[in-house]
Design a protein around this ligand. Structure first.
Ligand code: JS2
Length: 275
C-alpha cells in the first residue's frame, strides 16, 4: 500500500514534469513562430528602426511624429484598401523645399539615375529627399484588427490597386513632381521600345503635375547603353511631347552610360556640360 508521502512525492514529480513540458511547448512555439515569420514582422523594431535611422539623417524632422503620421496611413487596415491620400498627413509632416532646375525624374532607369544623383548634387531624385530616402526599397503593410506594421506577408506591388506600398510611391511621386520648377530632367531608357511608358508613375502621375510657367523645360536624357534599341525619335517620346503642358519646352539627348558615369565621377565637369 503506497505511503502518503510517496503519493505526495509522486504527485509533486508529476507537476514538475507538466510545468517543464508546458514551458518547452511555449518556448518552442515562440521560436517556431519567430522562425516562420508567423509574427509577420511584428514591429519588432525592424522597419521602425530602419525608418527612424534614415529619418534622423534629415536633421529638421521630428522623426517620432513622422513615424506616427506614417503608420496612421495603413495600421489596422486591409493592405489592399490604402489609397494615396491616406499618406497625406505623412507627406505634410515631411515637407521639403522646391528643387528649381535640379529635379531629376526617372523611369526604368532607377539605378543610373541614382548613380548620378548620389555623386553630383546638381540633380536631385525623389530618393534623395526624405520622402524617397526613408522608404526606399522597403516593404510594409498593416492588417485589420492589428496595430502592427508587417514587413512580410504583404500583398505584392501589383496584387491590388490600393496597395499599401504602391499607393505610397504614387503619393510621394506626386509630391515630388509638385516641387519641380524651372528646368526639369528625366532619365529614360534607350534600351526599351517604349521609354515613355503610359502606365509608369512618371507618365501617369509626374508628367501630369508639371505645369508651365513654373516648369520652363523638360530635358529628356535618353540613356543609351550598348544594347540601345531606340533614340530620341522614338514614338512614345512624341506622346510625351503631346501630353506635356503647353508652354513647357522639350529637349531630348541620347547620352551613353559611359558619359553619365564619367560625369558622375568627375566634379570638374560642370553639370550643364555633362550632356
Ligand atoms: C517600390 C518604388 C521603391 O520619376 C520616378 C521617381 O520620381 C518615382 O517615384 O517615380 C518615377 C519612377 O517610376 P516609374 O516611372 O513607374 O518607373 P519604374 O522604373 O517603372 O518604377 C519603379 C518604381 C517606382 C516607384 N518607386 N517602388 N520601391 O523603393 C520605389 N521607389 C520608387 N520610386
Amino acid at each position: 500500500m503506497e505511503q502518503p508521502t510517496q503519493k505526495r512525492r509522486r504527485r509533486r514529480r508529476l507537476v514538475v514534469v507538466v510545468v517543464v513540458v508546458v514551458l518547452m511547448v511555449v518556448v518552442l512555439a515562440l521560436g517556431l513562430g519567430l522562425g516562420l515569420g508567423l509574427t509577420h514582422g511584428r514591429t519588432s523594431g525592424g522597419i521602425k528602426d530602419t525608418f527612424l535611422k534614415r529619418c534622423q539623417k534629415f536633421n529638421d524632422l521630428n522623426c517620432q511624429n513622422v513615424w506616427d503620421a506614417f503608420q496612421r496611413a495603413y495600421i489596422n487596415r486591409d493592405p489592399c484598401t490604402v489609397t494615396t491620400d491616406a499618406y497625406d498627413p505623412f507627406i505634410e509632416a515631411v515637407s521639403f523645399k522646391s528643387q528649381c532646375n535640379r529635379g531629376l525624374l526617372w523611369s526604368k532607369t532607377k539605378e543610373v539615375a541614382h548613380s548620378f544623383s548620389q555623386k553630383r548634387d546638381c540633380l536631385v531624385t525623389l530618393e534623395d529627399t526624405p520622402l524617397g530616402a526613408i522608404l526606399n526599397d522597403l516593404t510594409w503593410c498593416g492588417k485589420q484588427g492589428s496595430d502592427e506594421t508587417f514587413t512580410s506577408g504583404c500583398p505584392g506591388y501589383s496584387a491590388c490597386d490600393n496597395n499599401t506600398v504602391r499607393s505610397y510611391w504614387k503619393r510621394a511621386s506626386a509630391a515630388f513632381a509638385d516641387t519641380a520648377c524651372g528646368d526639369v530632367s528625366v532619365m529614360l531608357s534607350g534600351s526599351i521600345q517604349t521609354p515613355f511608358d503610359p502606365n509608369s508613375i512618371f507618365a501617369s502621375i509626374e508628367v501630369k503635375r508639371l505645369r508651365s510657367p513654373k516648369v520652363r523645360r523638360l530635358n529628356v536624357v535618353l540613356v543609351v547603353e550598348k544594347n540601345a534599341v531606340t533614340n530620341c525619335t522614338n514614338g512614345s517620346l512624341k506622346n510625351l511631347q503631346n501630353v506635356l503642358d503647353a508652354g513647357i519646352g522639350y529637349g531630348c539627348k541620347e547620352v551613353t552610360r559611359d558619359q553619365i558615369d564619367k560625369c558622375s565621377s568627375d566634379p570638374e565637369i560642370a553639370c550643364g556640360a555633362c550632356w
